[in-house]
Write a protein that binds this ligand. Structure first.
Ligand code: HEM
Length: 491
C-alpha cells in the first residue's frame, strides 16, 4: 500500500488534474464576478462612512464615482444605495426583490412593526388593502378637503398679528385624516387635538432623527441608553399620546376604521376568519395613516407657499390661470385638466420638496441586481430624491421650473422620473388623497391670499433648505399673507 502512494502518478491522472485546475480557473472568476458586491467608498474602523453622510456627497460624489448602485456603511452596518430614476424603477417595479421593509431595532423595540408602513408579509398585505379600501371615494374626500380648506381660510382671515401658518396647515391636513380615523374634525384650538398634533410631529421627528437612526446600526443594546429611553417614553406615554393609545382610540368611539373592524371581527365570529385583524394591527394602521398622511402633505404645502413667495412671477401665473379658468368659485378636482400650469407648478413643488427623500428596504432573497450580488437581508436604501434631481432626466434638475411638466403647447405632461410617492408594490398608500389635498388646499390658499417675503426680507433671502429625517420640511420662516381683508405676518 505504502509503495502505491509513493508511485509517480500516471499520465492520465496528471491530465485529469490539469483539466480540473483549468476548469476551476475558468469557472471561479466567473463565479466571483457573479458575486461581485456593489462598490463603495473606503470605510473607517467603527465609523464606516458616517463622516461622509451628507445628501450632496451621497448623491453627486458617490454616485458619480461608484455608479448608481453602491455600498455605504452606516457605522458597522452595510447598506446598498440605489440612485437615479432608471435604477430605482428597475429595482422597485421590475424586480420584486426589494419590497420588504428592512428590520429596524427601534421599530421592533417600540412594537411598531404592525399595521402598514413598517410591516411585511401577509399581515402587511391585508392591512394595506384594508386601508386602501377605506381611502377610496374621490367625491367624499373632495368634500372633506374643500370644507377643511374653508376653515383654514377663515382662521387665517380672522386672526390678527403674528400667527403660525405652519400650525394651521398641519391642523387642516390632520383634520382630513381625523375625519377617516375618528369620524370627525376637531377645532384648531381643541387642547386634546393640539396635543395629539404636537406629539405626532415630535414622534415623526424623533423617529427619523439621525441620532436614533445611527444608534440602532451600532447595537440594539444602545437602545437601552438613558437618553433613548427618555425619547422612547414620548412614544409610549399612555395618558398623553392619544393616537398611540388604544384606550383613547376606543373612547373616540366614532373611529370609523375601528368601527369597520368591529364589523369585521363580528364577521370573523360568524365564521369568516381573518387572523390579521387584531388590536395591534388595527391600532398601528390608524397610527400609520395619521403620521404618514399629515407631516408629508403639510410640509409640502408649506414649501409650496415659500416657493410662491420666492418666485412671484410663477405665483402671478398660477393666480392668473385660476381667475381665468375658475373665477371666484371653489376649485374642484375636475378643474385640474383645465389648469395645466397650476398642475405643473404643484408637480414641480413636489419635485423640489422631495418630502420623503429615501426609503429603507431590504433584499428579500439573494439577488443579483445589475452585475452586483446583494445578499438576502441586506438593507437597501432607495434614494428617491436622486430620481427627482436626476441630471439624465430633468432639463434643470436644481432649478424650480414648472416647464419640466409642460409640453411645447403648454399642456401638462407626465414625467417618468417623478417619484415622490415611490413606486411598485409599496408605493404610498395615500397618493391619491395627497394629490387631492395638494390641489385643493394650494389653489384655495392662492385664490384668497398673495404670499410675499416678510417686511425687510428680499425674495432672494428666502431660504429653500429642507431639513428632517424620514420626511423633510422647510426651515422655520416667516411670510406675509395678503388678502382683500388685509395683510398678516405668518410663520
Ligand atoms: C405629499 C404627501 C405624501 C408623500 C410625498 C408620500 C410619500 C410616501 C412614500 C415615499 C412612501 C414610501 C413608499 C415606499 O416604501 O416605497 C409612503 C408610504 C406610505 N404613505 Fe405616503 N406620502 C404622502 C401622503 C400620504 C397620505 C395622505 C397618506 C394616507 C392618508 C399616506 C399613507 C402612506 C402609507 C400608509 C404608507 C406605507 C405604505 C406601505 O408600506 O405599504 N401618505 N408615502
Amino acid at each position: 500500500m505504502e509503495t502505491h502512494f509513493l508511485q509517480f502518478p500516471s499520465i492520465s491522472t496528471l491530465l485529469g488534474l490539469v483539466g480540473i485546475l483549468l476548469a476551476l480557473f475558468i469557472i471561479l472568476p466567473g463565479f466571483n464576478r457573479q458575486r461581485k458586491e456593489p462598490p463603495g467608498p473606503r470605510r473607517l474602523f467603527l465609523f464606516g462612512n458616517l463622516l461622509q453622510l451628507n445628501p450632496k456627497s451621497l448623491e453627486s460624489t458617490l454616485r458619480d464615482k461608484h455608479g448608481p448602485v453602491f455600498t455605504f456603511h452606516f457605522g458597522p452596518q452595510k447598506v446598498v444605495v440605489l440612485a437615479g430614476c432608471k435604477m430605482i424603477k428597475q429595482a422597485l417595479i421590475n424586480r420584486n426583490a426589494f419590497s420588504v421593509k428592512a428590520k429596524s431595532a427601534i421599530i421592533e423595540d417600540l412594537k411598531l412593526n404592525h399595521g402598514i408602513a413598517f410591516a411585511n408579509g401577509e399581515s402587511w398585505k391585508e392591512m394595506r388593502s384594508f386601508a386602501m379600501s377605506s381611502l377610496k371615494g374621490k367625491e367624499k374626500w373632495e368634500e372633506k378637503i374643500i370644507e377643511e380648506s374653508q376653515y383654514l381660510i377663515d382662521v387665517m382671515q380672522e386672526k390678527d398679528g403674528n400667527q403660525s401658518l405652519a400650525c394651521w396647515i398641519f391642523h387642516a391636513v390632520c383634520n382630513v385624516i381625523s375625519s377617516l380615523v375618528y369620524g370627525k374634525r376637531f377645532e384648531y384650538d381643541d387642547p386634546v387635538y393640539k396635543s395629539m398634533v404636537a406629539r405626532t410631529t415630535r414622534n415623526t421627528y424623533l423617529m427619523g432623527s439621525t441620532s436614533i437612526q445611527v444608534m440602532q446600526f451600532y447595537s440594539r443594546n444602545l437602545l437601552w441608553a438613558p437618553k433613548y429611553r427618555t425619547k422612547q417614553k414620548l412614544f409610549t406615554d399612555k395618558n398623553k399620546v392619544p393616537v398611540h393609545n388604544t384606550q383613547h382610540v376606543r373612547l373616540i368611539s366614532k373611529c370609523i376604521l375601528l368601527t369597520d373592524n368591529i364589523i369585521l371581527i363580528a364577521l370573523k365570529a360568524s365564521g369568516t376568519t381573518n387572523s390579521h385583524y387584531h388590536e395591534d394591527n388595527l391600532l398601528l394602521t390608524v397610527v400609520n395613516l395619521f403620521t404618514a398622511g399629515t407631516d408629508t402633505t403639510s410640509s409640502t404645502l408649506r414649501y409650496a407657499l415659500l416657493l410662491m413667495a420666492k418666485y412671484p412671477k410663477i405665483q402671478d401665473r398660477v393666480q392668473g390661470e385660476l381667475s381665468r379658468v375658475v373665477g371666484g368659485r371653489q376649485v374642484r378636482l375636475q378643474d385640474r385638466k383645465n389648469l395645466p400650469y397650476t398642475d405643473a407648478v404643484i408637480h414641480e413643488i413636489q419635485r423640489m420638496a422631495s418630502t420623503v427623500p429615501s426609503v429603507l428596504r431590504c433584499a428579500s432573497r439573494d439577488v443579483t441586481f445589475q452585475e452586483y450580488f446583494i445578499k438576502k437581508g441586506t438593507p437597501v436604501l432607495v434614494w428617491l430624491s436622486s430620481a427627482l434631481e436626476d441630471e439624465d432626466e430633468w432639463e434643470q434638475p436644481h432649478t424650480f421650473n414648472p416647464a419640466h411638466f409642460l409640453d411645447k403647447d403648454g399642456n401638462f405632461r407626465k414625467r417618468e422620473a417623478f417619484l415622490p410617492f415611490s413606486a411598485g408594490a409599496r408605493v404610498c398608500a395615500g397618493e391619491s388623497l395627497a394629490r387631492m389635498e395638494l390641489l385643493l388646499f394650494f389653489t384655495s390658499l392662492l385664490q384668497h391670499f398673495r404670499f410675499t417675503p416678510p417686511p425687510g426680507v428680499s425674495k432672494d433671502e428666502l431660504d429653500l433648505t429642507q431639513v428632517g429625517g424620514f420626511t423633510q420640511s422647510p426651515l422655520p420662516h416667516e411670510l406675509c399673507a395678503i388678502s382683500s381683508q388685509g395683510e398678516t405676518l405668518v410663520n
